[in-house]
Write a protein that binds this ligand. Structure first.
Ligand code: 3PG
Ligand code: MG
Length: 399
């Protein structure tokens, strides 16, 4: 695989050149106030941006935010992100109110060497996510016309065959940014010959989202620890009743099959925290995983499970973690996620945290980010990489 990276572009000289940087600035926003609740993805792209501005490039940042439906939708505007990016860069960031229209062109034209512009949400244009090659291509033509070179630093979006990820690099000299390079190096290590024992912790709400990665990882890992909402479908497959917990009925048979084939590698919760309702102040108790009352729902893994998972993690030499163990946004149901995260940081292992949610959990729980080996900015992207899929955004960078 030969992918040129930012150093190659810098070596050519970028002073005065308009450089498009695809970033993943899809940050979580507070539902009430619209404020950015976790700016990790903005921080993650700073090394690439400052390397370019420092070398005198005119930097045009492209990103999506949320999932608007191909037309402008104010709740998904990148304007607040432009403000935060400006604070972090300690420099003015010109914000364009459209992506390829008059506002974008004048923002780009106004750039002096070393300055940064951020264009409005790419997904306000139908062409960005279109399945039709011609429609995507037409939008990519307009984007490409704004720059002279393309840097992909949007690791969180490399699994999307979108115009800004897949089609623009076909139209301009292209390189991987610092973040994409680091993410791929780390994941290649996990996919290659990880130091053993290799322990993977998976959480999150749906088995169906994780099925492909479970299938791909089972032969590679020494242990697979399963928590989060998806554990209840596995518990059901073990023959337990799960009350009103999250359950994907159509996946029970698949989970039973996985358990049979897993050679005992899969560890499931032995106790869970159950509540009367999905609410921060709901009455709750810890019960055995085989004794969940019919009217209650599980919102976290229990302390005995945390201890068991921690024991497995303490042996590990390589750890990959994706997905919270419970509803960590509610303090009453955050202990499982916190306990597992702490066990990961105490292990003498190379640890990788995959994903928007798990990365946000690390920061929301106030854990020390530097005590993990790597915190990925891509949830879906890191899982698809580990599944062994071809990622359109990475393939587009190969020459
Ligand atoms: C993400 O948050 O997963 C990435 O930004 C990609 O967004 P998407 O899942 O809406 O394509
Ligand atoms: Mg996603």
């Amino acid at each position: 695989m030969s992918i040129r990276n930012l150093d190659d572009l810098l070596a050519e000289g970028v002073s005065g050149r308009r450089v498009l940087v695809r970033a993943d600035l899809n940050v979580p926003l507070d539902k009430q106030t619209g404020a950015i609740t976790d700016d990790g993805r903005i921080r993650a792209v700073l090394p690439t941006l400052t390397a370019l501005t420092g070398a005198g490039a005119r930097v045009v940042v492209l990103s999506h935010l949320g999932r608007p439906k191909g037309s402008p939708d104010p709740q998904f505007s990148l304007r607040p992100v432009a403000a935060r990016l400006g604070e972090l860069l300690d420099a003015q960031v010109r914000f364009a109110e459209d992506t390829v229209g008059d506002s974008a062109r004048s923002a780009v034209d106004a750039l002096a060497d070393g300055e940064v512009a951020l264009l409005e949400n790419l997904r306000f244009n139908k062409g960005e996510t279109s399945k039709d090659d011609a429609e995507r291509g037409a939008f990519a033509d307009q984007l490409a016309a704004l720059g002279e070179a393309y840097v992909d630093d949007a690791f969180g979006a490399v699994h999307r065959k979108h115009a800004s990820v897949f089609d623009v690099p076909a139209r301009l000299p292209h390189v991987a940014g610092r973040l994409v390079l680091r993410e791929v190096e780390v994941l290649a290590k996990l996919a290659g010959e990880p130091a053993r024992p290799y322990v993977v912790v998976l959480g999150g709400s749906k088995v169906s989202d994780k099925l492909a990665v479970i299938e791909a990882l089972l032969p590679k890992v020494d242990r697979l620890l399963i928590g989060g909402g998806m554990c209840f479908t596995f518990l059901k497959a073990q023959g337990h009743e799960v009350g009103t917990s999250l359950l994907e009925k159509e996946m029970v048979e698949t989970c039973r099959n996985l358990l049979e084939r897993s050679e005992g590698k899969i560890m499931l919760p032995v106790d869970v925290v159950v509540a009367d309702a999905f609410a921060p102040d709901a009455a709750h108790d810890t019960v055995r995983a085989d004794a969940i009352p019919s009217h209650r729902l599980g919102l976290d893994i229990g302390p005995e499970t945390v201890a068991g998972f921690a024991a497995a993690l303490s042996q590990a030499k390589t750890i990959f973690w994706n997905g919270p163990m419970g509803v960590f946004e509610m303090p009453a149901f955050a202990n499982g996620t916190r306990g597992v995260a702490e066990a990961i940081t105490s292990a003498d292992a190379f640890s990788v945290v995959g994903g928007g949610d798990s990365a946000a959990a690390v920061r929301a729980l106030g854990l020390d980010e530097t005590s993990f080996g790597h915190i990925s900015t891509g949830g879906g992207a890191s899982l698809e990489y580990l599944e062994g899929k071809t990622l359109p955004g990475i393939a587009a960078l190969e020459d």
